[in-house]
Ligand binder design. Sequence first.
Ligand code: DP6
Length: 358
Amino acid sequence: SAMPGDSVDKENMITCTAPVNIAVIKYWGKRNEDLILPINSSLSVTLHQDQLKTTTTVATSRSFQEDRIWLNGKEEDISHPRLQSCLREIRRLARKRRNNAGPGFDATALSHKVHICSINNFPTAAGLASSAAGFACLVYTLARVFGVEGELSGIARQGSGSACRSMYGGFVQWIMGQQEDGKDSLAQQVEPESHWPELRILVLVASAERKPVGSTSGMQTSVQTSSLLKHRAESVVPGRMVEMTEAVRRKDFAAFAELTMKDSNQFHATCLDTYPPIFYLNNVSHRIISMVHRYNRHYGETRVAYTFDAGPNAVIFTLQQHIPEFVQMVQYFFPPEINGGQFIKGLSVDQAPLSEEL
Ligand code: DP6
């Protein structure tokens, strides 16, 4: 990310990667837009998947004139309020640390500007949680550069709500918190990545196009217009958080899968209840939903679950033992040769167990 002529030696440059997380109890709606405080808690699975990650390099140098950022090779506006929140909060922690640590702490980076370079290895803004991995990675890398340690999910949250959950591996909850200053709105690991090694995740890419309505503005309209969202946040999610945590703890796939599908469906129902309505699912998404229910009905047991975020692509959860058969069925119903690869553009099978990336 350095400009020609800038001197950046290796010591002043750090590269980190962060994985995407997939919510099984969805976050949708803020009670505070600036601090990014949600109207309900949420729960997600952090992927360990090389196909879905962000890689960020942060360099500092005495010769940098200003903070700058490049996303996927294109320079973006560093004055974006959410970027500024993350930079400000990390520098604030670094100053605090310097003041407490005394002369031993290397605070050189604090007097320098940063150049940030971030790359996603998957389509941006197609409902594949790019902002989650992006801000988690940014905050983690900045923290390394500035020598900051400890709880960082409260800072990642101020970049993008869902990003706070990518700060931990495995099964992670974002507790909505009660305080007005947001200090208690943090992510917390429910179970580590080693907890459920048989759990597998597939991504069925129904479209790689940009979503028409972004999460931020979509949830804003939902909060303003949907009474179903209010009901969901107050009366449905609190119980589901308890049930989901229990299902994960017991490794009860059927319970986990049913809650995951119901929560995805309710989220998309709140999108329809939003006025004007928001459509994230397309025909392929609907066919995937029907196919999963037919498959489960055939076996008289819930073997597969789907979930969809703010886009048409399906994330599938199943157990290792069902992968070959399920993949075969997907290929039968969505043959790439018939649809010219248009319906299902990619199918990725994560054979690696979930693991901590950060
Ligand atoms: C549907 O975290 O992208 O993926 O906080 O405005 O940046 P902002 O929104 P964002 O919303 C994610 C919404 C979701 C559900 C989820 O991940 O919980």
